[in-house]
Every structure is written in C-alpha cells, then in structure tokens.
Design a protein around this ligand. Structure first.
Ligand SMILES: [Zn+2]
Length: 362
C-alpha cells in the first residue's frame, strides 16, 4: 500500500489516548507483513523488531504515536447535554459547531455536535470571544440524562473529532490526526524497507501510545528496548500561514524537518536539544540522498522524545518531522511530498546508522 493509502486508512481510524486499540490492531496487521517479531506491552506500545545484517548488541529505536487527542465526558446534564474536559491540546476555538464521535464504553460510537449559541441571538460580547472548555457542551440529540445513558454513554467516555481525510490540490491533504498518523505511515514504510534490507544495527519500530495525554508511552518502550539512540517521527507546526509570520521558518512543501530545539515551558519544562552525533548523522544522510532538509527550533512544542531521552541512564534522541498546518484541529494539513521526503530521509538515516554507534560525549 502507498504512503498516502496508509495515511488515509489511519486518519479514518479513531484512536484516542488510552483507547488506541483500533490503531494498535491496524498497525500490528500492517507490520506483520514485514516481521514476525512483534510484541505489545501492557500500555499498548506495538514493537516490531528487525535484526541487524550482522549480529550486534546495538539497537536503534524509531517511533511514532498511534493515539490522537480528544475530550473526556465529565458530566451528563439532566437536560441531556454532555460536559467535557480536554484530552490533550484540543484548541477550544475550533470546537463550537463541530461534529464529534463519542466512544461509548460498551463499544458503540455515538454522533454528537458541539453546541454554540444561535448566531442571531448571540450578544455582541460573545461573538468575538472563545468559550473555554468548561463552557463547551455536546448535544447528542437526547433530552434527558436517562436518554444519554440509554445510548451507552457514561462519564469517562472518550470523544474525538469526526474522522476525515481530504485530498487538496498540490498533492496536499487535510484530516483528523495527521498528528501522528503521518508518522505511523512512515514507520510502516520503513518496516517494508527493513524487511528487504536489514540495517547495520538492530532496529525496533515502535507505534507508541498516550503521546497526546502525557508524552510518556514511548518512554516505557525505550526502557524495555534499551536503544543506543531513539528517533521520533512526528509533525512540526508549520509557520507559513497568513497569521503566523513564519516564527520557526518551517514551510509546507519544503521537505522534511530536523528538530534542533523544542521547549515547552507551560508546566513540563521539557524539550529536546538533540545529540550532536545524531544531528550530524541526519545532515550527512540528507546530503548523501540529495534530500531537502528544513531545520526547526520552536518554543511551545514537545514530542515524547523529550521523555525517551531520560531513560536507561540517557538515550540520545532526535525529532524528525514534516511540516503541518492547523495542528490539533480536525483539518490538520500537510504535503504528501514532505511525508515521502521524511520516508526517504529516515530510511537513509537508518541505513547509514553505524553498528558501533556510541553516544558518549567527549
Ligand atoms: Zn504528535
């Protein structure tokens, strides 16, 4: 299957943080075509192992997250409306007037709409403000709490954007959870390559969980795998839209991106300054493959590489990305060319990764 085909299949599959089973099943099925050595841990990380061409102790971990952000039902009003909190960084701005799916605990999927005041009756002061998540509510068509319960919905159930995948002009696409189904699609493409041409190191590809929730699913996988280095495949926010003024210089259509600095000061105080040896390896791989390579340094951004780097006494880590607009909305947009470029880049990096790579800094 093509990269675009995989991306579409994954974007149309709803799998919120902690409820990744639909993506775990799909990706396990897809990886099984390329290796029999697949394990799943209790959190839901799917790990596919590819032995090195010649025996070595060293293992490289490459990972992408299967989960997507959403909301959690916190209260069912007597009037039948559902109240929610955010599961991950859902932007409140895009919620009113959108269609959502409630993943009822009994397995049913219930459609709802996010309410908003009727335009004609909206007072001036409310027209140009964004209601906070505690003001948000979902209407599933029920008139009472009893009717909501009869649909199988209860407090704690997950809510996700209605899944969609749109093909735009210029080989560009938009959809729900391009973050990080793009990374998952590239990961499976890498598996296809490794099945034909083993690397000099052992490679474990990990489809991780709960990135959007707390960024620590990948950390558990890294603790088990004990890699000499870890590479994250996830998007980077593009700064090329009319309102942004290109703060990080990253543009859609200009090729894959290497993260040189990320930092999230709001609570986590975490980020990644990648290991210089990995930066060097990625740069040389891009040169060797004559690939375009954008670089980003972005405040406010974080991937689970931030936590992977702290396990096993230190795991050198780096972010490889592709530019995406409108991140965390239901219409995240990117270029398939950039994703293909990332596919070629990560294949080149893994192919060039030395069997005896040592991350010790001098
Ligand atoms: Zn992501």
């Amino acid at each position: 299957m093509s990269l675009a085909g995989r991306l579409e299949k994954y974007c149309l599959t709803t799998a919120t943080s902690g409820r990744e089973e639909p993506m775990m099943r799909l990706i396990t099925e897809d990886l099984t075509a390329f290796t029999p050595d697949i394990t799943v841990d209790s959190f839901g990380n799917v790990m596919a192992r590819f032995e090195a061409a010649s025996p070595t102790e060293n293992t490289l971990m490459v990972f992408a997250h299967t989960d997507q952000l959403g909301m959690i039902v916190t209260k069912i009003e007597s009037t039948g409306f559902l109240r929610v909190v955010r599961l991950g960084g859902v932007p409140e701005r895009v919620l009113p007037g959108s269609v959502v799916k409630i993943l009822a605990h009994d397995g049913d999927v219930v459609t709802g709409v996010m309410g908003t005041p009727p335009h004609h009756l909206t007072p001036e002061h409310m027209k140009y403000t964004v209601p906070t998540i505690d003001k948000a509510y979902i209407d599933v068509g029920a008139s009472s709490a009893a009717e909501v319960h009869a649909l199988g919905i209860q407090v704690g159930d997950h809510v996700a954007y209605e899944p969609r995948f749109e093909r735009l002009a210029g080989n560009r696409v938009a959809g729900t959870s391009i973050d990080d189904r793009g990374g998952c699609a590239v990961l499976v493409g890498l598996a296809e390559h490794l099945a034909q041409k083993p690397a000099a190191v052992n490679v474990v590809l990990v489809a991780t969980v709960q990135e959007e929730f707390n960024l620590r699913g990948a950390m558990l996988a890294a603790e088990k795998i004990k890699p000499v280095a870890a590479i994250s495949l996830d998007l980077v926010a593009a700064g090329d839209t009319p309102e942004m003024g290109s703060p990080n210089g990253v543009a859609v259509g200009e090729g894959p991106v290497m993260g040189l600095y990320s930092f999230h000061g709001r609570g986590t105080l975490n980020g990644v300054i990648p290991h210089p040896g990995l930066v060097d390896l990625v740069e040389k791989s891009a040169q060797k493959g004559k690939l375009p390579l954008q670089k980003h340094a972005t405040m406010g951004l974080l991937t689970d590489a931030s936590y992977v780097q702290f396990v096993n006494g230190g795991t050198p880590a780096i972010d490889l990305c592709w530019p995406t607009r409108y991140t965390h909305t239901g219409v995240e947009m990117c270029s398939l060319d950039d994703l293909e470029g990332l596919q070629t880049l990560i294949t080149q990096v893994v192919t060039s990764f030395p069997a005896d790579w040592d991350g010790t800094r001098e």
